[in-house]
Ligand binder design. Structure first.
Ligand SMILES: [Fe+2]
Length: 200
């Protein structure tokens, strides 16, 4: 795990900015942002959202918008309040797993109940793959894959400081949130760049 390295989108698929002007410049270079949502750790409720389903408990590894025909390319998280010291964790799938994932189909169920089948990993050229993974709404044909992915070790653990902006390649990395301690506030703003909100 890299703890002190400066991550870049190109090399690592994740980038952390602590300076607002630099963050804004970087985001503008990537394209228009959409879908601003405030994420707050809370008790379980709305079963569609991860925080509704899992409450303050840990989330499974996933990509955002996995049900969309065009999942968002970049996910932008900004920390407004963090009393909890809960990081966001990222997973870069092992290269030797990707060819298998490109042959594994997943059935995704959208919010409206419509089911669509996709490959878990779609080759996008240059040896890179676009990953769709969300065990909450996707069922894979391979019975062991979910457990195998859940068991993989964290690649990057990004700690939050208030005002920090994290940009993530949502096609390349999976992410999750560990458990948030009861009574602690944690507010992140999430936006996307690229892709579309089909079925999100
Ligand atoms: Fe997410």
């Amino acid at each position: 795990m890299h703890l002190t390295k400066k991550w870049t989108l190109e090399a690592d698929g994740v980038e952390v900015h602590h300076e607002q002007t630099r963050a804004t410049e970087r985001l503008e270079s990537l394209g228009p942002r959409w879908g601003a949502t405030v994420l707050e750790a809370r008790d379980a409720g709305d079963l569609w959202s991860l925080s509704g389903r899992f409450g303050r408990g840990s989330f499974p590894w996933h990509t955002d918008g996995a049900v969309s025909s065009r999942p968002p390319r970049w996910m932008v998280l900004r920390c407004t309040v963090d009393e909890s010291s809960t990081p966001t964790e990222f997973l870069s799938l092992p290269a030797d797993l990707l060819p298998e994932l490109s042959r594994t189909m997943v059935t995704m169920t959208g919010r409206d109940g419509r089911k669509q089948r996709f490959a878990v990993a779609t080759p996008v050229g240059g040896g890179a793959y676009k990953i769709r993974w969300d065990p909450r709404i996707g069922r894979v044909d391979s019975g062991t894959l979910e457990a195998r992915i859940e068991a993989l070790p964290v690649t990057f653990r990004v700690p939050w400081t208030e005002g920090a902006t994290v940009i993530v390649d949502n096609h390349r990395l999976l992410h999750r949130r560990p458990e948030v301690e009861a009574g602690k506030r944690r507010l992140l703003t999430r936006e996307y760049i690229g892709g579309a909100n089909v079925g999100l």
